[in-house]
Design a protein around this ligand. Structure first.
Ligand SMILES: [Zn+2]
Length: 199
């Protein structure tokens, strides 16, 4: 449970990261963060510990420290790093594969990863650039039948319009524990709806 995820908000209440419960408690203890409760109340270490004492044991998750149990925080608010910007997702191979779920975006097959290629929707030979919006995964067979054509010229259709992924989506594969319903209030709806559809 100490390695479950806690959503981190910057001082502007924008979701910027997910850290572990262990890290969140350390930040809380050191005074660098506050816990955001269900009712949007914010708590420092002492008031969170006090609250933990009075919350029912049933249906709530606790960390058992020597002396007293502490409720597992789900969202924390940083007090110090005011300008911490939301993360951006690096444009690289690994993240393209993750965004497209190792699936050919034209025919939907999910071959072995060595058999996937990165296709430029507008081919490079026709000025297409390497951007989130212009590359998708394609199986070898779709890639070769598309060649240097546009999808519509080749009679092919994309499963979805490619976009820059949300930073949270690239953390999901490494994240332990579930995404908490309360996170939805701080993470944009576009991400959340996509994430739910993929379940
Ligand atoms: Zn294909």
């Amino acid at each position: 449970m100490l390695s479950d995820g806690v959503l981190v908000l910057n001082r502007n209440w924008s979701a910027v990261h997910v850290c572990t419960v262990k890290r969140a408690l350390t930040l809380l203890f050191q005074g660098y963060a506050r816990v955001v409760g269900n009712d949007y109340q914010i708590h420092d270490f002492d008031s969170w510990r006090e609250l933990s004492k009075h919350v029912e044991q049933n249906g709530n998750e606790f960390i058992h420290t020597p002396g007293y149990p502490i409720l597992v925080p789900e969202v924390i608010l940083l007090t110090g790093f005011g300008k911490m910007p939301p993360r951006t997702v690096k444009f690289n191979r690994r993240n393209i594969y993750m965004r497209d779920h190792y699936t050919c975006q034209y025919c939907g097959v999910k071959p072995h990863r060595e058999e996937l290629t990165i296709d430029h929707i507008i081919p490079r030979s026709r000025g297409g650039r390497s951007t989130w919006e212009n590359v998708v995964l394609a199986c070898q067979s779709c890639n070769s039948s598309k060649g240097s054509l546009l999808p519509e010229e080749a009679g092919m259709q994309l499963a979805r319009t490619p976009k820059r992924p949300h930073w949270l989506s690239t953390l999901r594969s490494t994240l332990k524990g579930p995404e908490r319903p309360i996170w939805q209030r701080f993470v944009d709806a576009a991400y959340w709806n996509v994430a739910l559809e993929e379940e």
